[in-house]
Design a protein around this ligand. Sequence first.
Ligand code: NDP
Length: 332
Amino acid sequence: NRQILFMQRPKGMPNDAVFQMTETAIPELQEGEVLVRTVYLSVDPYMRGRMNDRKSYIPPFELNQPLTGGVVGQVEKSRHPEFVEGDIVAGMMDWADYSVVKGDKLNKVNTGLAPISTALGVLGMPGLTAYFGLLDIGQPKEGETVVVSGAAGAVGSIVGQIAKLKGCRVVGIAGSQEKVNYLIDELGFDGVINYKTDDVKQALKEACSDGVDVYFDNVGGDISDAVMSLINYQARIVLCGQISLYNLEKPDVGPRMQGQLLINSALMKGFIVRDYQDRFKEGISQLAEWVAQGKIGYRENIVEGLENAPDAFLGLFKGENIGKQLVKVSEV
Ligand code: NDP
């Protein structure tokens, strides 16, 4: 069984020394456990936070232990009454060919809804993050202007489409011309700014002539400062992610835009998708309906081979993905 171990806590951008492939034997199953073969492995920006030895909403990765993340896999053996060989399941598992998991930590994937990979994307954690963050905190209303950063990613691309379904004008911010084209031509965004080539502040001003009512923030930093300078009275800022800051060697302490919140009586609220755990069923069933009706489109960027998981993870910080970044480890 190949596993990828976490070898050292990175400073700044992680490099190859952080990861090491190893081979281990698969342990005997205990009562209540299930042996799962990894089919798809999810790489996610939040994992960078777990590489630091710092208190957060989820404990840090342990050195010399396998990295763990979202997995969709197939049951090979089960000593848990609810699972049988062949079941497709999702849960937190090792970066490995096989994981032994407690059955009560696994969810069965409804294979009738959509391809099983979507359980890690539009019908999984990123889709739910978009759904609850935008609708519950952002409260978008018809005719309002919604701006989303990280717009072509797993979360951002769904946020923009839900905002369109709610009758909003949607402006995205993303890092390449290919992403701009995808969001406008395929997903129906009203405007998209390429933050690597455009003057973000100026382009945003032009794209949001009525100001910004909802800002769904996936990135933080200068991009967010530019959006904040345009918020309207009683705007809602959904603090979802700060990816532009995750690899800073020194924490970002620059003056940011709180003054804008004050003078606009605006709300800024952070959240972790887990806050909405009790409503995941509702979220998945609504997202699945929209996907089935063709109202929400999604893309996946799939890299083949467990050995390529570290590069796929690092690619998130270079903007290599459009939509959800996955690693395919085996066939169903
Ligand atoms: P994405 O699929 O959006 O992948 C990350 C993207 O971020 C890249 O493709 C890249 O696109 C962009 N990016 C990378 N570095 C920078 C940078 N320095 N400045 C601006 N953009 C950058 O990932 P997810 O959709 O999974 O996650 C998006 C955000 O949401 C992350 O910040 C993540 O931490 C957060 N999140 C929060 C959750 C919560 O519960 N609060 C749950 C899930 C995710 P580009 O080409 O545009 O630069």
